[in-house]
Design a binder for this molecule. Structure first.
Ligand code: GDP
Length: 521
């Protein structure tokens, strides 16, 4: 749904770079962001109080042209990483702030690595050069060692000495950003399409309801547009810029604070403009269920049947550690030999961590507990407090007197370990539009399938106001008009009855899902 559809080459217009400020704590990120914002506000005739809305735009004069730059106003790379974690790339260029009196510090390197991993070009702001102990040359030398070589040394990174405090060289820094963008990026977007972009920051405002600062990435966002932002949706009631002024539209790379959403979206979530409010709501609901399904998929259901595996699960390793004890050395050797012949592929390993002749001792149990091993006793029994201790420590001891039986069981357990895992996949959703009460078959929910498909044999859950009120239910019946149906697709009405759940209400969402086998790679 987050399309790339931008039309022809000719429709693309240059857009401002979006910049994130990163660096070690106390090196001046906040101060720099403030200085850049304030220095620019002077140009504005309104000159009002600047507002922290999560992002702002400034203008720089480069080669006689006015060029705009967008700053993400959350210092540190929290926003950056949060957005990247969601797969959203908001940043075009990173400004790495390094205090010239302190030099490269751990978070400097971390920030550098983040930007590199994201493939984002870096401009270095060597800050605090107003300080007498500042050593900008040392900073250049240090960063060169991390592969960030200054232009003046033949590299391709621009370094600018600045003072956020004295507002020194801020214009040079902005120029370096533009030059870096022009040299290594092709930042263009089509302003003439429905807007899409990212949520930079959002919160619930007491008077205004949910407010979200969005960054338009393509298209132009206008007041009156129906949008979906994360799980929130609605019509854009008003937009404000970083000066607190109302604006009617926002073009690519422009941040805008949006009013009119039903719910507070998360930072890094995408927003899109859609046809109308109804569509917006349906998409928002789908998105939410998809997010939940994605979360549930992470909590995979493991099918592990044998108690053997239960002890393995603890170690969460694909290694079966064994301690072998036998009555005579010949039987221990034969057992170990047979075990080494078991073929379960390379996914699981059998490792005999200890072997010996004689009774199972407390020392054996101790080792098993420490290494999540299982003890195999062949024609031997535990001695002294070994049994008691094994129970206490949760160590499993299995006794055999026939080798092939031992081998068979261990093999079965290992194969069990390789049984498929399952994950949930959402099939579709239906909205309950009416309830028909039947004393014979229970409450029939008259539904409209609003996404995907509802299957007769699927599992379902019931959502009310986005909360799950019943889960893992079966359908007692699914009908399309008068006929039983095996499935009903999006856009069609259906009547369904839930097994063992009668508290269904108009407006509830019924979500169908199935457990799917995850192919092992
Ligand atoms: P952050 O943790 O990176 O956001 O750092 P801050 O912006 O909060 O700055 C940390 C401290 O350094 C504050 O006391 C700032 O006033 C000070 N500071 C920031 N920039 C400069 C500068 O250019 N020169 C001097 N002398 N102090 C600065």
């Amino acid at each position: 749904e987050f399309g790339e559809d931008e039309g022809d080459e000719a429709d693309l217009a240059i857009r401002p770079p979006v910049v994130t400020v990163m660096g070690h704590v106390d090196h001046g990120k906040t101060k720099l962001l403030d200085a850049l914002r304030n220095a620019n506000v002077v140009d504005k005739e309104a000159g009002g109080i600047t507002q922290h809305i999560g992002a702002y735009q400034v203008t720089a004069e480069v080669d006689g042209n006015d060029r705009r730059i967008t700053f993400i106003d959350t210092p540190g790379h929290e926003a950056f990483t949060a957005m990247r974690a969601r797969g959203a790339q908001a940043t075009d260029i990173a400004i790495l702030v390094v205090a010239a009196d302190d030099g490269v510090m751990p978070q400097t390197v971390e920030a550098l690595n983040h930007a590199k991993a994201a493939g984002v070009p870096i401009v270095v702001a060597v800050n605090k050069i107003d300080k007498p102990e500042a050593d900008p040359t040392k900073v250049r030398g240090q960063l060169t060692e991390y592969g960030l070589v200054p232009e003046e040394y033949g590299g391709d990174a621009m370094f600018v000495d600045v003072s956020a405090k004295s507002e020194l060289n801020l214009d040079k820094l902005l120029e370096a950003v533009i030059l870096t963008a022009d040299a290594s990026l092709d930042l263009r977007a089509n302003p003439n399409q429905d807007a899409q972009g990212l949520v930079v920051e959002a919160h619930l405002d007491r008077g205004r309801g949910p407010v979200a600062t969005v960054l338009v990435q393509r298209g132009t966002l206008r007041v009156g547009d129906s949008i979906v932002a994360g799980a929130g949706y609605g019509r854009v009631r008003a937009m404000l810029d970083e000066h607190g002024d109302t604006i009617t539209e926002a073009d690519p790379s422009r941040p805008a604070m949006v009013l009119g959403l039903t719910a507070v979206p998360g930072a890094g979530q995408t927003f899109i403009v859609v046809e109308d409010d109804r569509m917006a709501r349906q998409i928002a609901e789908k998105r939410e269920s998809r997010e939940r399904a994605a979360m549930q998929a992470k909590r995979r259901v493991r099918r592990t049947l044998e108690d053997f595996m239960a002890s393995m699960e603890k170690g969460a390793s694909q290694e079966l550690n064994l301690i072998l004890k036998g009555d005579v050395s010949g039987s221990v050797e034969a057992l170990e030999d047979a075990l080494s012949q078991i073929d379960v592929g390379d996914e699981v390993n059998i490792r005999v961590i200890d072997r010996g002749v004689g009774a199972i001792t407390e020392t054996n149990v101790d080792l098993a507990a420490a290494s999540d091993a299982i003890i195999i006793g062949f024609n031997v029994r535990p001695q002294g407090k070994a049994t008691e201790m094994a129970e206490k420590e949760g160590v499993e001891i299995r006794y055999y007197s026939v080798i092939y039986q031992a081998i068979e069981e261990i093999e079965a357990a290992l194969k069990g370990m390789l049984k498929p895992e399952y994950e949930e996949s959402t099939l579709g959703q239906a909205e309950v539009r009416a309830i028909f009460r039947s004393s014979k078959i229970g409450n029939i929910a008259g539904c409209m399938v609003i996404g995907g498909v509802i299957r007769r044999n699927a599992k379902v859950r019931v959502l009310r106001d986005s909360a799950v009120i019943a889960d893992n239910l079966d359908l007692a019946s699914l009908k399309r008009e008068k006929d039983d149906a095996s499935e009903v697709r999006e856009g069609f009405e259906c009547g369904l009855v839930l097994r063992n759940f009668q508290d269904i209400k108009e407006g509830d969402i019924i979500e169908a899902f199935e457990m799917r086998e995850i192919p092992r790679s």
